[in-house]
Design a protein around this ligand. Sequence first.
Ligand code: IDP
Ligand code: MG
Length: 152
Amino acid sequence: MSVERTFVAVKPDGVERGLVGEIISRFEKRGLKLVGLKQMQVSNDLAEKHYGEHKGKPFFDGLVKFITSGPIVAMCWEGKGAIATCRNVIGATSPAAAAMGTIRGDLAMDISRNLVHGSDGPESAVREVSLFFGPDDLVSKWDRTIEKWICE
Ligand code: IDP
Ligand code: MG
């Protein structure tokens, strides 16, 4: 299994409810490596790009309004099979269907307030990481010869 990077975000409801530490901790404890982290306000333009695949769906406008309603905490996690592992840590989209032990299964009740976003595949992971982070925002391996973090 190859080392992957994936985009994860604590949505405004998670920030508002004071669950940022709890959520980060679940990915950390699983063994994923945090390579990018920032709290930010998402603009309308960025929200529409990020959720572009859902344009035209009945919940799209509400989703954009919600994700821009307060700060999010954007993260990039790295590890073997990180994309699927993060999705498993997050749980099913609808909290009602999400298994106990997942973030949504343990901490959420409402599909439109489901706390966390996670990229759903290799293409969306690359696309979303680069929408939210520049290469200089991400750390990776420590290169002993030049004594620097290598950002890929
Ligand atoms: P995901 O976040 O589990 O990948 P997606 O299908 O990509 O789920 O949907 C993006 C987000 O849009 C969901 O996390 C959820 O907040 C919201 N959403 C998805 N389906 C519905 C719906 O049927 N009603 C309201 N909101 C929805
Ligand atoms: Mg999705």
